[in-house]
Design a protein around this ligand. Structure first.
Ligand code: ZN
Length: 593
């Protein structure tokens, strides 16, 4: 272990997770476990569990888990080093200077400076709104949009007085031009002189889920030929494909009340005027179409999203594009039908918030939305167009996994097309069988492969969980090691193996040092494995070990056969064939046993 890991361990040893967590939430002990209402999502019955022996927490409601460092990071909205600092102070340990530990520390220092300069710039812009005369253009605009002081404050709106004022202010606070530039606040003109990128604009700070200002979006207030909004370019702390406007407020909201859904709107003005009207669960993606990164962030806070873009052509296009991404991220996706040419901001101003709430409550499940949209594209009185509509609608229905769900939407297609559900159901099955015809052989094998893989993954999770959680029936097995196909799982197995063969006990909280558990689903599931939901005994363990080895070999066999068929290099083919025959030999031996 290096100095840093040793120090980290020392801090961990000195801070008991139960007493650290108790500072933030009330824990009650039941059996071996401490329970609390989860501080990360709203709930009425406790599902947040703290394991005193293993020194980690897991929420059975929202799925978060971690060690003391992760807990403090989340609660304080700080990064790892700051959590370390807090825990040092907590336990009277002096924190050494790790800044000589190379590039990471340098980068971290740079990021900190950038966050600091952005925060000070935001505060400065904000304060400018207090001068009625100087900030007149901004205040006029705010009044025109009927925003109130509370919303202006909640989102930290501000105003840039001119080309140099922010530079002078930040200089007086000791910031260098270099850090201002890195933060994206200033840039050089053609004569080499620096100026405020957002000069004379209304400023919307962009704040991340840890409450750091990461950049700005700024609106022009004078007539101009340029685009209305200008956003911070990519900087070390700002990537636009990750940034969700309003996510900081969603995080806060979720701690204080049940968050049933997140509304996705097009722009920040929509988010703010909805907030003012009392709809506090809206977010927007700034200056870019929705990306898988955005979807992933939203999923952290809520499973259901309602897409609510402008009802015009562009808005519809954006809706269609985002549906795939959101559905693929595993979200429950609904679409609110907005009137064409109206955005939520205008709608709330014109028709009131209740009208808007009704639209959201009435949002359609994405499947229904798509079917209805398709039906508008065809003249359904003509047979051939009706057939085209049915084909595209059935393609959507096909994506649903349960028959019951499919039936609901077949019924809808029937109502639109006047074709009976029986016929539609047959067509739906034909879509599949047509595909199977083409690639029958492949498809069958593929499916068998998928099922095998599911059983395999299930076995891997249980075997590793039993080993990690020190079940007395769980023993090491060389063959298991050889048949773990996932690198992370391999790494976890190596850790357990090293512990057990050197007379140490594997400790769950160590796993959090080795992985970013939250973003490694399979490790998260192993760490927080629920032994109550299975038959937890030696027979089951042995069965899983057998299945793991056999399926592992079969998956390898399939991959090698594939590789051989695609490989043109004769030597490589020979090598693969050799490996393949060894695997086949092992499989035959297994079957004999
Ligand atoms: Zn939770």
């Amino acid at each position: 272990m290096d100095n840093f890991s040793e120090f980290k361990q020392k801090v961990k040893d000195a801070n008991d997770i139960v007493s650290v967590v108790s500072k933030y939430v009330t824990l009650n002990k039941k059996g071996k476990t401490w329970w609390a209402n989860c501080p990360f999502h709203y709930e009425k019955t406790p599902s947040f569990a703290v394991n005193e022996v293993e020194q980690f927490y897991h929420c059975f409601g929202c799925g978060v888990s971690g060690d003391i460092f992760a807990f403090v990071q989340h609660m304080e909205g700080c990064d790892f080093y700051d959590a370390l600092k807090i825990l040092c102070e907590n336990s009277g340990i002096e924190m050494p200077d790790f800044s000589h530990d190379g590039k990471d520390a340098e980068r971290k220092k740079e990021r900190e400076q950038i966050y600091a300069v952005l925060r000070d710039a935001a505060l400065y812009y904000c304060k400018n709104l207090n001068s009625p005369q100087q900030a007149k253009p901004a205040l006029d605009y705010i009044a025109k949009r009927k925003l109130d002081t509370a919303s202006v404050r909640a989102f930290g709106l501000g105003y840039s007085l001119g080309w140099n004022e922010v530079i002078d202010h930040l200089k007086s606070k000791g910031y260098s031009l270099d850090v201002m530039q890195k933060a994206g606040i200033i840039e050089k003109n053609q004569y080499g002189k620096f100026y405020d990128v957002f000069a004379k604009r209304l400023i919307f700070p962009i704040i991340n889920s840890n409450d750091n200002v990461v950049g700005f979006s700024a609106r022009v207030l004078e007539p101009t030929n340029h685009t209305k909004y200008r956003n911070t370019g990519e900087t070390p702390v700002f990537q636009k494909n990750e940034c969700v406007y309003g996510i900081n407020l969603i995080k806060k909201l979720r701690r204080s009340e049940a968050l049933n859904e997140i509304i996705i709107v097009e722009g920040q003005m929509d988010v703010i005027s909805l907030f003012k009207a009392g709809v506090k669960n809206a977010v927007a993606c700034l200056g870019t179409a929705l990306t898988p990164n955005h979807a992933k962030q939203l999923k952290k806070y809520c499973n259901k999203v309602v897409v609510c873009f402008d009802g015009d052509g562009a808005g519809k296009k954006a809706t269609l594009r985002s549906l795939d991404i959101l559905v693929s991220a595993g979200l429950d996706v609904y679409v609110a039908a907005m009137p064409a040419g109206v955005d939520p901001d205008e709608l709330v101003l014109q028709n009131g918030v209740e009208y808007y709430r009704a639209l959201i409550a009435d949002a359609k499940y994405w499947v229904e939305y798509l079917i209805l949209e398709y039906s508008k594209n065809y003249n359904l009185k003509r047979a051939e167009e009706r057939n085209l509509f049915v084909a595209s609608a059935l393609n959507v229905v096909k994506k649903l996994s349960s028959n019951t769900e499919q039936n609901v939407y077949l019924e809808l297609i029937k109502n639109i097309s006047n074709i009976s559900v029986d016929v539609l159901r047959r067509d739906l099955e034909n879509i599949d069988s047509l595909k199977v015809e083409e690639t029958k052989q492949e498809k069958v094998e593929e499916n068998a492969g998928v099922n095998k893989e599911n059983a395999y993954v299930k076995a891997v999770k249980f075997v590793l969980a039993a080993l990690l959680h020190k079940k007395d029936y769980a023993e090491l097995n060389e063959e298991v090691k050889d048949n773990l196909l996932d690198n992370d799982v391999q790494k976890l197995y190596d850790y357990i193996y090293e512990c057990k063969t050197t007379g140490k006990t594997p400790i769950v909280s160590h796993v959090f040092d080795m992985f970013n558990v939250e973003s490694t689903p399979i490790i998260n599931e192993i760490v927080s494995f629920d032994f109550n939901s299975i038959i937890d005994n030696k027979n089951y363990f042995d069965d899983c070990v057998k299945l793991l080895i056999k399926s592992g070999l079969e998956i390898k066999q399939r991959d090698l056969a594939n590789k051989i068929s695609l490989e043109s290099d004769i030597d490589k083919r020979k090598e693969y064939s050799k490996q393949l025959s060894q695997i086949i030999l092992k499989l035959t031996q297994l079957k004999k046993k």
